[in-house]
Design a protein around this ligand. Structure first.
Ligand SMILES: O=C(O)CCC(=O)C(=O)O
Ligand SMILES: [Fe+2]
Length: 410
């Protein structure tokens, strides 16, 4: 069976490196604003870039760079003309990580229109990770005491199945499948045998069918592909994104699809990063290629309705000076379904409002995709009354401008 002691939670074994694991960009980024060299306010769009040129900056003419809007400070407001003849306000609501709000990014008619497009297409249950067959389940004896506590079993399942259980759920499972016979709340080496993982696996698969609320993400979704629709709003959305982000048009055009998500009662999405940590050994996703990791430089999320109660977007570690990945995970803070109240920042849903943030820093030497900003952990709090509709638009970027900007568009 799986060796209990060999699965110490080292953060990186779970695919979630700690801040210490090579996270350098955040240290550079979150220093005094005047020393901040990641935000290039001086760079200009090259004339005639026509979808292939990137942005350059005065210090480095001709070299394309990604750009991040500075934010300046909480409360800062900038006027933007995202739609001809209309003014939108870009409000800085947080600096670590940098988060913006744009009220009325969509009108209420536009929101309803997008909801109808999604309904016409039909929505499907959202899944984050496949529930697997339990074969890869790595028992997480975090403290190395050769037995698994209730919390350690929860962590094991959070990794293996994307299911978030509490102590009572685990006890119930033990009693139903007949393990932990002495009911001490620990699984010792003697209590774990070759059949244990299979029994747990079967139990969890059934439980998720019966109680989807235990999933990491409880919602339904669909994707809308602008290049497959003549819809004028979808085209105008592309335009707004381009004006807002000031990123090369090629990036905006390349992955233009967006996701519409619907949460019913108890719908939620536990804390996650929208992108993946840099890993030299894997490619950034350029297509739906499952081998590559997801690289989403930026998130633009829009609330499509007013939620009667709950459904805030929570940033549990925003501004947390003592943030540490291991502590965050092990204390169950990812579980927004039950811990939303402990979040440092919560954005209230409001129809038409966009929330915008950068999942990555800019790598200072390449000018392109840098580390993930670990402070961007976020998720959707449970909807306690009514329902919630959102749309997600991610700006995907690979490690290199040569790849991203060279793509000839049809
Ligand atoms: O529902 C929310 O407020 C957050 C959704 C989210 O983070 C996502 O879909 O990636
Ligand atoms: Fe997200």
């Amino acid at each position: 069976h799986e060796g209990l002691s060999s699965n110490v939670d080292s953060g990186s074994s779970s695919g979630l490196p700690s801040l210490e694991d090579g996270q350098e960009d955040h240290k550079r980024f979150y220093k005094k604003p005047d020393e901040n060299d990641h935000v290039r306010k001086t760079c200009k769009v090259e004339s005639g870039s026509g979808g292939t040129g990137g942005r350059s900056d005065d210090a480095c003419p001709g070299k394309p760079r990604l750009v991040r809007l500075a934010g300046e400070q909480v409360g800062h407001v900038e006027e933007l003309e995202l739609v001809p003849g209309k003014t939108h306000l870009l409000k800085t609501i947080n600096m670590k990580p940098v988060i913006f709000e744009i009220p009325n990014f969509f009108t209420s008619e536009e929101c309803s229109h997008i909801i109808s497009l999604a309904k016409e297409q039909g929505l499907h249950d959202s899944a984050t990770k496949s529930t697997g067959n339990g074969k890869g389940l790595a028992l997480r004896d975090v403290n190395g005491d050769q037995k698994l506590s209730l919390r350690e079993l929860q962590l094991t399942l959070e990794d293996g199945y994307d299911v978030f259980l509490d102590d009572d759920d685990i006890r119930q499972m033990y009693s139903e499948i007949g393990i932990d016979l002495n009911s001490d709340g620990f699984l010792s080496r003697q209590e774990v045998n070759g059949k244990t993982i299979g029994k747990i696996s079967t139990y969890i698969t059934k439980l998720l069918e019966e109680q989807p609320i235990k999933k990491s993400r409880f919602s339904e979704q669909t994707w809308i592909y602008p290049d497959q629709t003549e819809d004028p709003l979808v085209q105008s959305f592309q335009d707004r994104i381009s004006k807002l982000t000031q990123l090369p048009q090629a990036l905006i055009d390349k992955f233009s699809y967006f996701q519409v998500v619907h949460y019913g009662k108890h719908g939620h999405y536990n804390a996650h990063h929208d992108s993946s940590f840099i890993d030299e050994s894997t490619c950034c996703h350029l297509t739906e290629d499952k081998h590559c990791r997801i690289c989403r430089f930026m998130t633009i999320m829009v609330y499509l309705n007013d939620v009667e109660e709950g459904g805030e977007t929570a940033f549990p570690v925003a501004n947390n000076e003592t943030y540490n990945t291991h502590v965050f995970r092990q204390t169950g803070m990812m579980n927004l379904n039950s811990r939303c109240g402990d979040s440092n920042l919560k954005v209230h849903p409001q129809q038409g409002k966009a929330v915008v943030w950068y999942n990555h820093f800019i790598n200072n030497s390449t000018g392109w995709l840098g580390d993930v900003d670990p402070f961007t952990w976020h998720g959707g709090c449970p909807v306690t009354k009514g329902q919630k509709w959102i749309m997600n638009r991610w700006i995907s970027v690979s490690e290199s401008p040569d790849v991203d900007l060279a793509v000839a568009l049809p």
